[in-house]
Design a protein. Structure first.
Ligand code: ATP
Ligand code: MG
Length: 356
């Protein structure tokens, strides 16, 4: 297959880690006889330095015409970088938000996976994690409380604030479909998380999820209240495959889920929409404190590239080949400094890329 990949190396460690992902993609292209065309665009701090804005219209146009976007990380040290002297709409993060909006990426996908080799970093008890866990959180990204109408005003001498939580049937249906599609590529279980004992939006959410579920008879569906889910993530994370939830619940649960793996530097993410175009990036930030030193862990970015192959290009075997390679390199004892432990072999960012 022939695919056009837009590459945004970004700021901080972005260029170093993306270069490793490209190495791995090139190896895949060679082995499986694909052609990947890469086109670099700027976003974030690098774009501010070059064009004075965090994202240009030209860059958006190029991204829209691509098959997928691979992103390193954007932003710098918020205390010292001149980018943060600019007004909020001109700062690096505004570029990322604009790109998400322009591409219509309404679903955020974040895996939480426990590597057998890195188990000692997991804060959960061993009997809970025996056999490992492997879940995917699908978070709605463009609706709900964070985008509802809001206001703070004075009523009868005191300040009163409100935030509106709104979801339409259409918004719920499209994310639910995406969630079930993902589950079909995995262990075929969806846990839909809501607060249907209290909220109308959650009751609508549940109804629509059940409707969508009818089109996926192979997928097992369960509904869980968000407070219970927060507890279950710590109590028994092995029960989950795909967790499907709205914006705010997903924000909170995805941070919780990544913490229980114990190695946040290893976690990828994807932002998706109805068609195959998606944007793929590591869950971590630009790590300005270690930029340019060739010591960053490139695995989260390489795993993001694997997600790109699976979800945007339907290259399941190729994605699996990358994941297996990472597992193998970890098993052989190679570690970047952030995941280093006694008796293991410390390697640089670029060496890790070579090994994988
Ligand atoms: P964000 O930009 O999302 O707000 P943040 O500022 O909270 O992120 P990061 O930029 O992810 O945080 O960095 C947090 C810490 O983790 C830093 O000390 C950084 O060096 C380290 N870190 C982040 N990513 C990596 C990586 N890939 N390899 C090694 N260390 C990393
Ligand atoms: Mg940061």
């Amino acid at each position: 297959m022939e695919k056009n990949i837009v590459v945004i190396k970004g700021d901080g460690i972005g260029p170093e880690i993306v270069n490793q992902a490209i190495k791995v993609l090139d190896a895949i292209a060679c082995q499986y006889k694909h052609t990947f065309h890469y086109q670099n665009i700027l976003m974030g701090g690098a774009s501010i330095d070059e064009y004075g804005v965090p994202l240009t219209d030209e860059a958006i146009k190029i991204a829209k015409a691509s098959d997928a976007v691979l992103l390193g990380s954007i932003g710098g040290d918020t205390n010292t970088s001149p980018w943060y002297q600019l007004e909020p709409s001109l700062r690096p993060e505004a570029g990322l938000l604009k790109m998400r909006k322009e591409l219509g990426l309404f679903a955020n996908l974040r895996p939480a996976y426990l590597y057998d080799e890195l188990k000692s970093a997991c804060p959960l008890k061993e009997e809970i994690t025996e056999g490992g866990f492997d879940m995917m959180i699908m978070r709605e990204l463009t609706g709900g409380l964070y985008f509802g109408e809001r206001e703070t005003k004075e009523i009868d001498g005191q300040m009163v604030a409100h935030d509106n939580l709104v979801y339409s049937e259409k918004e719920i249906r499209r994310i639910a479909k995406r969630g079930f599609d993902i589950a079909m590529k995995r262990r075929k279980k969806v846990t839909s998380v809501d607060k249907a004992n209290v909220l109308d939006t959650s009751r609508l959410w549940r109804k629509i999820v059940n409707e969508v579920a009818k089109d996926y008879p192979e997928v097992e569906v369960e509904h869980m209240l968000v407070d219970n889910c927060a507890m279950q993530l710590v109590k028994d994370p092995r029960q989950f495959d795909v967790i499907l939830t709205e914006n705010m619940f997903g924000d909170i649960l995805s941070d919780e889920a990544s913490m229980v793996t114990g190695s946040i530097g290893m976690l990828s993410s994807a932002s998706l929409r109805e068609d195959k175009l998606g944007m793929y990036e590591p869950s971590h930030g630009s790590a300005p404190d270690i930029a340019g030193k060739d010591i960053a862990n490139p695995i989260a970015t390489i795993l993001s590239a694997a997600m790109m192959l699976r979800y945007s290009f339907d290259m399941d075997d190729e994605a699996k080949a990358i994941e297996d390679a990472i597992e193998k390199v970890l098993k052989a004892g190679y570690r970047t400094v952030d995941i280093m432990s006694e008796g293991k072999q410390q390697v640089t960012c670029s060496k890790m890329g070579d090994l994988i």
